[in-house]
Structure formats: C-alpha cells, structure tokens
Design a binder for this molecule. Structure first.
Ligand code: NAD
Length: 519
C-alpha cells in the first residue's frame, strides 16, 4: 500500500505548473453579434491537459457585460420570434454544412483544450451535428394540434410559441456536442440564447458561435458569455431569462436547479452518473469484452455515459485476465498523437481526485487487477494521464463506488443472479444509463422492464439516443421534467397555447351564466 501511495504522490508532484508561451489569446464574449473583449480584470487560464501549456484565457465577464448580452437577446427576440420557421430552419441547414466543413478545426481545438483523441473529438462534434440536423425539421417538430368542431361552430387548436431568452450552461467533457444540444434547438424554436461554455475548454463553443453567425443567425439571437459561478448565478437570477439548460455535476446542477426554480424559470439539468453494465454468463465473450473496454476507458472515462461499473453475474474471475489484457493494450498518449486510444484527464485536480478514489478502493478491500496511476507518457511527462485501471471485488459501500470517478477506472462487482445484479443497479442513486450483455431474450426483457435507468442498452454499452429521441437520464442524473432534444426538447423550449375559436352566425339566445358545455 505504502509503495503505491508513494509512487502516486511522486507522480502528482512532478505534474508541472502551467506553461505560458506567447501571451495566451483572450477568449471573447459574443454580445449582440459582436465578438468583444471583456473589460474584466479577472480571467482563468485554459490549459492543455497533455502539456500544461496555457492555450487561452477566459474572462470573468462583468455584470454590465452580462446585462448587455441579455438586453441584446431580449431585443433580438422581438423580430426573431416572428421570423418564419422555414427561415430559421435554413440557418440550421447552413450551420450543419459549415460544421462539416470545419470538423477538423473543431476537433483539433477540442483535443488541445480537452485532451481527448482527435478521432473521439470528431465524434464529439458529430453527435452535436446530428442535433443541428434534427433542428432542420423544426416546422414539423413544432406543429400544433387541431380538433375541428369541438362544439357547434367551435374549433380548438394548440400552438407552440417560443419562450424568449433562454440560457445554456455547459460542462467540459463534450465541448462541442453539449452546446449543440442546446442552442440549435432553442433558436430554431424562435428563442434567443445566452451560452455559457465550460471555462476549461471554451474554444469549440466559440468556433460554433462563429459558424452560427456565418450561417446567418441574426445579431443577438446567440450570445456567449464566459465565467464561472458568478455568471451562472446571474443567469439563474435574471428575470428576462425564461429557461435554463444545464449539463454538469450534481453539485452545480442542484444549486442551479433550486436557484433558477425559485425565480420561476423552466430548467432541465443533466447531471452525474454511475452507469452499470450487467454481464450474464451467456454473454458473447469477445463482443462484450470489447464493449466494456471501449465504454469504460474511451475519452479517459470522462463521458457521462461511460460504463464505469460492471456487475458480473456468476463472478468476475473468468473475465478478469482477458479484460486486463485488452485494457493493457490501449495506448495512452496525447490526443494529437496517432494511434492514441485515450488521452489525459482534464486537470491536475481531476487526476488527484481519481488517484485518491482508486487508493480508497484498494484500502477498503478492492483488488487492483490493473493500476494505471504510475503511467508516464514519453514526451508528455507533465500531462494529466491516468492509465486504464480495473478494480475487482468492489462493493456498494466503498467510496470509489458511491462517488462518480469520471476517469479511466472500471469497477467490477459480482452477483449470484440477475435479480441481485438488478438490485445493485437500482440501489445506486444515479440513473443515467445501464446495459445488459446477454444472448437471452428473457434476461434482456426482464432487465429492460425492471432496471431503473433512463437509457437502457441491450448488448449496447453506451446507449446515447439519436436526437429524434431524447436524452433521458433519470433519478439523481436528471432534474426537471423535459429532457434534452427529441420531442421533449421542443416542448422544453416552447410554451403551449390552446386557442378556441367560434365562427358561426352569432346565437340569438340571451345571456347564460351557466358553465358552457359542448353543444
Ligand atoms: P461542473 O458542474 O463542474 O461544471 C459545469 C458548469 O457549471 C460549468 O459551466 C461551470 O462553470 C458551472 N459551475 C461549476 N460549479 C458551479 C457552481 N458552484 N455554481 C454555479 N456554476 C457552477 O461539471 P464539469 O466538471 O464541467 O462536467 C463533468 C460533470 O458533468 C460530470 O458529473 C458528468 O457526469 C456531468 N455530465 C453529465 C451529462 C449528462 O448528460 N448527464 C453530460 C456530460 C457531463
């Protein structure tokens, strides 16, 4: 134990301080169609997690600048809401084309600021691009309903209208996909938008904002402001902001949910996760092992749908050697390097936290069948790398199980039956996703019906739905009642209005004060 602790401490102490090469560029805000430098005297470094180089700096936007962004969005709404939906869709058609054109530029930026491999970064952009494509069909998505002659000469119909100014607060792990979950749906519904990217990797959001302007989004429809908790609190408190989309940790999410709800706002908050895979003894061996390794260690485990815990029905021992062999074969390197399978974790603090949780698991009785804490990546010695780590014999009372680790760490648990495995998953507070690996339709169907998770995979490790469905996390992984994108996403960004109209020769009967009933 001591030697593990010592080597972990040695590695953490060698992680270098940030490197300032040229003066890092200042990331601008987008306010009323202008990319403007903030007047704020305070800023935060955006650091390349593979090298510790300071890539850029985001400003802590001032209150005045924030108010200017909200005013710009508020006045742009007056015209944008009456812009035909076909015109709004056309901006999205153009935007999807521009995102494809600049895919490489976006991916390089994501790899530089976030650390994931270039191939994975393209996947990040692509999954967001699919939401833009979905928004291109807004005229159909936003359609209302009509019932003719609900009473004599009376028809009733419903229409979905935009809310006004909406806002989005983003996490670091998908710098392109998550902004694209938010503003394309919101603005195509006719809203205007304030986007607050993650302070850790704002670059992709800025490129997307430039592309949205190039695609023809009018000034003030999309605004971008940078900062951390102060700007987030401003978003929660501002009476002109009608709805907030948040993706990130539970600590921030529940704070934002409570604060914004107290102001009467609509809010959707996607939060943390502990996604389980249940492996039945009859599962197809090769495909299951590959799925577990890919979903556990892809993006260095920094996906909200990462499969971080496996429950082996009948025990993990028969699977362990092969799991370790495949995880060990993964190449840990800077995301820009060819052949890299996983890059660094986002920050030095994140690495310290991950190593601490691994250590606490070992101290409470878990077996480290693969320990990636001592990894040194040649040429990137200062990077925040953690190699694939597998802890076996994990139990539900361990801190490493109760906490979301958000790193390349796969926990192995065991159960004697499918019922027992389902109980383990259902007793966990999170409910983002869960998967089963089996060749039995009976087991799969039981799992589908009894599992308490929003996104369920059957022989699919990361069941993130395409945007015509919604992203349906549940339990502690979500707060609100209308999920991101899909039909629920349109409902979230619109207010329904029900109209009852009467067109007939006016009745000659006298006044009746009785409750009207259908005639
Ligand atoms: P985070 O909560 O630290 O930050 C998210 C956003 O909230 C940032 O823009 C940040 O500036 C802001 N913020 C942070 N602390 C705040 C505070 N105290 N008050 C107000 N605002 C605050 O999250 P992160 O580390 O960037 O992202 C990782 C987390 O996001 C993980 O928990 C992951 O599971 C979750 N996540 C969930 C989903 C999902 O769909 N369920 C998707 C991606 C990420």
């Amino acid at each position: 134990k001591l030697s593990i602790q010592r080597s972990a401490a040695r590695l953490l102490s060698t992680a270098a301080a940030p490197i300032y090469r040229n003066p890092p560029s200042k990331v601008r805000n987008l306010i009323g169609g202008e990319f403007v430098e903030s007047r704020s005297g305070s800023s935060i470094d955006v650091v390349n997690p593979a090298t510790q180089e300071v890539v850029s700096r985001i400003p802590l936007t001032t209150n005045e600048e924030f108010s200017a962004a909200v005013s710009a969005a508020k006045s742009a709404f007056l015209k944008w809401r009456y812009t035909p939906v076909t015109t709004r869709q056309r901006v999205m058609f153009k935007l999807q084309e521009l995102i494809r054109r600049d895919m490489d530029k976006l991916a390089v930026n994501i790899t530089t600021e976030q650390g994931k491999t270039l191939k994975d970064a393209k996947g990040d952009v692509f999954r967001g691009l699919e939401v833009v494509e979905h928004a291109c069909g807004m005229a159909s998505l936003q359609m209302g309903e009509y019932v003719s002659n609900v009473s004599n000469g009376i028809d009733t119909y419903s229409i979905r209208e935009p809310l006004g100014v909406c806002a989005g607060i983003c996490p670091f792990n998908f710098p392109a996909m998550i902004p694209l979950w938010m503003f394309p749906m919101a603005v195509t519904c006719g809203n205007t938008f304030i986007l607050k990217p993650s302070e850790k990797d704002p670059g992709a959001a800025m490129i997307l904002a430039e592309l949205a302007m190039e695609a023809g989004l009018p000034d003030g429809v999309l605004n971008v402001v940078h900062g951390t908790s102060d700007i987030v609190n401003n978003i929660c408190d501002d009476d002109d902001i009608k709805a907030i989309s948040f993706v990130g940790s539970n600590t921030a999410g529940m704070h934002i949910y409570a604060r914004a709800a107290a102001k009467g706002k609509r809010i959707q908050t996607n939060m943390g996760a502990k996604n389980h895979g249940i492996v039945m003894p009859d599962a197809s061996i090769d495909a299951t092992l590959n799925s577990l390794v890919a979903a556990g260690f892809g993006a260095a485990g920094q996906r909200c749908m990462a499969l971080s815990t496996v429950v082996f029905v009948g025990g993990s021992r028969p699977w362990e050697n092969e799991l370790v062999k495949r995880a060990n074969a993964l190449k840990v390197n800077a995301g820009v390097e060819a052949g890299s399978d996983l890059g660094p974790v986002i920050s030095r603090q994140a690495k310290e936290r991950i190593c601490r949780l691994i250590q606490s698991g070992i101290e409470s009785g878990a077996r480290a069948v693969l320990d990636g804490r001592n990894i040194v990546v040649s040429g990137y010695e200062a990077g925040n790398f953690v190699g694939p780590t597998i802890l076996a014999d994990v139990s539900a009372d361990m801190e490493c199980y109760k906490e979301e680790i958000f790193g390349p760490v796969l926990l192995c648990m065991q159960a004697n039956s499918l019922d027992e495995a389902i109980d383990i998953v259902n007793n966990n507070k999170y409910g983002n996703g869960a998967s089963i690996f089996t060749t039995s339709g009976i087991a799969a169907r039981k799992f589908q019906n009894e599992i308490e998770a929003g996104q369920v995979g059957i022989n699919v490790p990361i069941p993130v739905p395409l945007p015509f469905f919604s992203f349906t996390g549940s339990k502690a992984s979500f707060a609100g009642d209308l999920n991101f994108y899909g039909k629920a996403g349109v409902q979230f960004y619109t207010q329904i209005k029900t109209v009852t109209q009467q067109w007939k020769d006016l009745p000659v009967e006298g006044v009746s004060l009785a409750m009207p009933t259908s005639q």
